[in-house]
Design a protein around this ligand. Structure first.
Ligand code: GLC
Length: 424
């Protein structure tokens, strides 16, 4: 087990808001948005640094309106935003004094990170900075430091210096989201020292696990994969198939898929950090906006079933999915089968049931471990998930039985069935 840089109690206090937040916006934005072929374009297409650098002189995002981004995030029901201050390409969206390869010293002449941070705060959202440790632009970022100690020292000093800038000049930063620690391990990056410095400058900050140390939360990528019970986690996910802007990628997840993902994270005590990739002008694609607004409209009516819901002994059901908070179970139904619905294997005594969006009472009859709901509208009253809240006398849970032994099989989520999620 690796050393964690602060104690558990302190962490619980720092993470309170984040555990409640559940849903955040990830933003991948940089020079790669100009060619529009994803954020790995420089590497995938083998573009030499001297060629790639020229993009900085074209990058002048006239439509960049971070308040509009933040309002969109709020409309979507998101509570925090994480921006790529520097992705693997090495281009800094802030006024770094350690390189000329910044948005301040090239065409845009703007400190985009400052504008972003101010916009988040103005809209009441928490501020997250993504920072790629891997840097394809820095002369010592190509791995030569593995053999060459002087090169490594130069590069580590550069990276620590950049993180110090971000932690010193932009007010309160709520999340530091490292990425890709290639080519070093935590010792090579001097991550303990680095993160101690970060915590000194921003004592309340949350740090992810990608500097080679576990820190505050894990980051399963493109999958909902809960970590062990005492570990916070956040699934990061693209809305289409790319993080950075990619022209022609129309593989959008629909609102139903996003809500399903959110529900899956929520029922297992995790967060969802959902990505948008603005174009070179700073516009978030219309499709992303529309999907996010649909999700937000649903969350305004049904968010109680999602935000702050805790990791509970509830798992697979055959009508959609189920989350739990305190003494209430939330049935997120996307397969409506008319006026009746039965939930089995429930331990706990049900008191009452209601349609969450309207508060309308639903008749509930309990027989042993089964709860029968009757008198429901024939047609599904709410899309894409209709939520029925069932209140119990005590904290309920879903019991497994002999026929459910496979539920404990390790597929990541201890209560996930072999078929759950595979039809998505
Ligand atoms: C991967 C990709 C990177 C992206 C990140 C988000 O590490 O390399 O482009 O930023 O995932 O988690």
């Amino acid at each position: 087990m690796m050393k964690v840089t602060d104690d558990r109690g302190n962490r619980d206090a720092r993470m309170l808001w984040w555990r409640d937040a559940t849903f955040g916006m990830f933003i991948h934005w940089g020079l790669y948005s100009i060619p529009g072929r994803g954020e790995w374009v420089m590497n995938r297409e083998n573009i030499p640094v001297t060629e790639y650098e020229k993009l900085a002189w074209q990058f002048n995002p006239r439509h960049f309106d971070p308040r509009a981004w933040a309002r969109l995030a709020k409309d979507a029901g998101m509570k925090y935003m994480v921006l790529t201050t520097k992705h693997h390409e090495g281009f800094c969206l802030w006024d770094s004094k350690l390189t000329d390869f910044t948005s301040v010293r090239t065409a845009a002449r703007r400190d985009l990170v400052r504008e972003f941070a101010e916009a988040c705060r103005a809209e009441g959202l928490k501020v997250g900075f993504y920072f790629s440790l891997m840097d394809w632009h820095h002369p010592d970022g190509d791995g030569r430091g593995i053999e060459d100690a002087a090169a490594r020292e130069r590069f580590i000093a550069f990276v620590h210096g950049q993180v110090r800038e971000l932690m010193s000049h932009y007010g309160r930063v709520d999340i530091l989201w490292y990425d890709v620690p290639w080519p070093y391990d935590a010792a090579g990056w001097q991550s303990e020292k680095l993160n101690a410095m970060v915590r000194e400058l921003q004592p309340h900050i949350l740090i992810n696990n990608r500097s080679g140390l576990p820190e505050d939360f894990g980051t399963p990528e493109q999958q909902v994969k809960p970590e062990s019970a005492d570990r916070d986690w956040e699934t990061c996910m693209t809305l289409n198939d790319n993080w950075g802007y990619r022209r022609g990628d129309n593989h959008w997840k629909c609102a139903h898929e996003v809500i399903k993902l959110l529900g899956e994270c929520a029922r297992s005590g995790g967060n969802l950090l959902l990505n948008v990739g603005p174009d070179e002008e700073g516009r978030i694609p219309d499709e992303s906006q529309s999907i996010l607004r649909q999700v937000g409209a649903w969350l305004r009516r049904n968010g109680v079933a999602i935000y702050g819901s805790h990791r509970a002994r509830v798992g697979w059901v055959n009508f959609g999915l189920m989350t739990a908070k305190g003494k209430t179970l939330y049935l997120l139904v996307d397969k409506w089968s008319g006026s009746e619905l039965t939930v089995g294997r429930i331990t706990g005594k049900a008191r009452a049931a209601r349609l969450l969006a309207t508060g309308e009472a639903v008749a509930a009859r309990q027989e042993g471990a089964c709860i029968h709901l009757t008198g429901l509208p024939e047609a599904m009253p709410e899309e894409p998930f209709c939520v029925i809240a069932v209140d119990f006398e005590d904290e309920p849970s879903q019991a497994s039985g002999p026929s459910c032994l496979w539920l404990t099989h390790d597929w990541g989520d201890p209560l996930k069935s072999p078929t759950d999620g595979k039809d998505a």
